[in-house]
Design a protein around this ligand. Structure first.
Ligand SMILES: [Zn+2]
Length: 418
């Protein structure tokens, strides 16, 4: 039911024989599923066949290429319609292509703001700051493979539902899935003539109400994105920074325009993906929870009213067999955790004055920003995620960063010293 990535990496060792590995990504961990030997000649034939099917230029082998093959996958009695995204990258001295193939079931476009992991309180914020905006900039930030693009698509899906008459243009490299009623443009960031800034200019001539830009990396596209956001296009982009306030710093360093940025910025969403506890096998109280200083204060800060309990899954079925869903790991699937930074007159003023990220963060926390860790902690208390997995993804919490102040404690320590 989910997307499968196959990575075929040839090991051209100068001989006529090449060894190739078929790897797949399961919940973001790479697993080798096949190790084969094949002559380079046969391997090259395989590449040509794939290129023809994906309608790629068979004469080109020195640059990376992406194409699509659609068809039906037949297994057992089922034959779902699928789309294969084929990406070829030349590797090694001999420029033998390394392949990455993503299988995705077609029309499986079911990302919603609810099912990717936003809380109802997050939805309220998004509703207030994004869903009815007629201009302005929304940045989604996080590491590679943290689901930024999924969030972008979920937000676009929501906007499409709310405003079916609005014109939406989405620039992507590559197009991850086909969205009905959205003008999707395939960008090739490795090619200057076909990169983001090139298509951004073209897209603006089409006067979209909503503009999605797959990624902003350089000053030229950052300036175009900011310009678009300030002249009446609600503009979404993703950024490769781990922290929401750092994304602002980065945008300032790329555009040097704090005035336009403080005017246009509506929201910065920072996110991580965490593995979920398997729901099919036996659960138990988590006996190996990491030692977190002042954990009680963090729990209090989330406003959690229920019972405080940490769970994990055993990876075993009730009869003692290994759980077939999670292969005995106790983990199955992933969910996004988010931090949604919105802006007040005060935080906008800090951006205008080019204040450091920590100052913007401090003010935002005063105004109610809930950190990634605290939002993840709610998932832990709900029994969806283990505390260990949360710490693995977000790192140990920090009293200042999460907005839990221990000033009272340090005062009393000082008094004792006096
Ligand atoms: Zn399980």
């Amino acid at each position: 039911d989910c997307d499968i990535d196959l990575n075929i990496i040839p090991k051209a060792d100068g001989t006529e024989i090449t060894e190739f590995l078929v790897k797949t990504r399961i919940d973001n961990s790479m697993v080798v599923i096949k190790r084969e030997r094949m002559s380079i000649e046969n391997y090259q034939k395989l590449i040509v066949v794939l290129k023809v099917l994906a309608e790629l230029d068979t004469g080109k082998s020195r640059s990376q290429m992406t194409g699509y093959i659609t068809g039906r996958l037949i297994y057992g009695t089922r034959s779902p319609k699928i789309e294969m995204r084929v990406n070829l990258i030349p590797t090694g001295k001999k420029k033998v292509a390394s392949m990455s193939i993503r299988f995705q079931s077609q029309h499986e476009n079911n990302f919603t703001t609810e099912n990717i992991g936003f809380f109802t309180s997050d939805e309220k914020l998004l509703n207030e700051h994004i869903f009815y905006a007629t201009d302005g900039l929304v940045i989604i930030c996080g590491k590679v493979n943290c689901g930024k693009n999924t969030t972008l698509i979920a937000l676009i899906n929501k906007l499409k539902l709310l405003h079916p008459d609005k014109k939406i243009i989405l620039l992507e490299d590559p197009i991850e899935q086909v969205l009905p009623d959205v003008l999707q443009i395939q960008v090739d960031s490795s090619d200057k003539e076909a990169g983001y800034s090139h298509f951004l200019r073209a897209a603006l001539r089409h006067n979209p109400d909503i503009l999605g830009v797959g990624e902003t990396r350089d000053a030229e596209s950052a300036n175009l994105v900011l310009e678009a956001a300030s002249v009446g296009h609600t503009t979404f982009t993703t950024f490769h920074t781990t922290d929401s306030t750092k994304a602002i710093e980065r945008m300032v360093s790329l555009t040097k325009d704090t005035s336009k940025l403080s005017d246009s910025l509506r929201c910065v969403i920072s996110q991580k993906l965490v593995k979920k506890i398997c729901t099919k096998c036996v659960r138990e109280i988590d006996s190996k929870i990491p030692n977190i200083v002042n954990l009680d204060s963090y729990i209090a800060k989330t406003g959690w009213k229920g019972e405080v309990q940490f769970s994990r899954a055993t990876g075993k079925m009730a009869d003692g067999r290994e759980c077939p869903y999670c292969n005995g790991t106790g983990l199955y699937g992933r969910i996004g955790i988010f931090e949604i930074l919105t802006f007040s007159e005060k935080t906008k003023d800090l951006i205008l004055k080019n204040s450091p990220a920590y100052q913007i963060r401090k003010q935002a926390i005063k105004e109610g920003l809930r950190s990634l860790f605290l939002n993840g902690l709610v998932r832990v208390l709900m029994g969806e995620v283990t505390l260990g997995e949360l710490i693995k993804q977000t790192g140990y919490p920090n009293a200042q960063k999460e907005g839990v102040s221990f000033e009272y404690d340090s005062d009393s320590v000082n008094n004792e010293l006096n």
